[in-house]
Design a protein around this ligand. Sequence first.
Ligand SMILES: NC(=O)N[C@@H](CC(=O)O)C(=O)O
Ligand SMILES: [Zn+2]
Ligand SMILES: [Zn+2]
Length: 345
Amino acid sequence: MTDSLTIRRPDDWHLHLRDGAMLRAVLPETARHFARAIIMPNLVPPVVTTAQAAAYHDRILAALPTGMDFRPLMTLYLTEETDPDDVAAGHASGLIKAVKLYPAGATTNSASGVQDFDKVRGVLERMAEIGLPLCVHGEVTEAEIDIFDREAVFIERVLDPIRRMTPGLRVVMEHITTSDGVDYVKASDDGLAATITTHHLVINRNHILVGGIKPHYYCLPVAKREDHRRALLAAATSGDARFFLGTDSAPHTDAGKESACGCAGCFTATNTMSLLAEIFEREDALDRLEGFASRHGPAFYGMPVNADTITLTKGAPVDYPAKIDTGDGPVTVFDPGFPLHWRVT
Ligand SMILES: NC(=O)N[C@@H](CC(=O)O)C(=O)O
Ligand SMILES: [Zn+2]
Ligand SMILES: [Zn+2]
């Protein structure tokens, strides 16, 4: 029986750090284990320009506790007014690593997102030219589309047309939740990849709804039925380099989640590596964890793998806090409902 695993230090290819007091509270939870992360730009107001991303980058570094080593990889929030020259300049300077597409109204803080995809054609063409990836929140927003179908419909109605219209555009389907997402990635060429979150490997929709509504399992895209979770698990543990970790760790205060209109997002930064080791071990795929968490992401983004390593060891159940304190109120740490035996040492 394996009880120790050393892997290259992991990166998180989809992370929400927020700002201010929340940023200061959640950043160490990620930086403790992860070397780099793609930082999502859905602040209020959103991070739209390279100048705003540079300022946010500096606020993140200023919030990093002394002695911690972490590099934020910055993104721009795509709007119908985004200037292709600003995007290209940000990319050329080395600061901007991706542009994020939120369909308007699809998720937390997405009001400034795209409504008319024709209006962003110029930016997407420029990104294809310079090799800057587009990260996509892949859900349609039409009221008549069932929320459990919104990812599959997005692939057909929005994503596939965008990719056909913009040959060469590199795309990451963020936080996929369906076998439709897995199949679409597998059927495509190497300009397409997908991130998979920790929580979507653990929960299906029953976790949210059976035995009373569980707001801390509510996120977007919403978890689907068990067949879809199994498809995600198979993709994550397959060794296929087109699938990699993006935790989508998305802190909201308990007051924001435990409400008549609760916020979407699961906070998994604290226990993600323990969780992933537990899940990969159950699938007899511990040897594939390094690919998923540490190698496939850098390969897609054209960056080197981290030089340092982390070691996970198996033992008595890991103690992690049920909540972390933030200046804005407590944030509940994702509870998988089973003990975790792997700790990062
Ligand atoms: N995933 C979520 O449920 N929430 C994210 C937004 C997002 O990634 O869609 C957030 O910012 O809270
Ligand atoms: Zn999203
Ligand atoms: Zn997210």
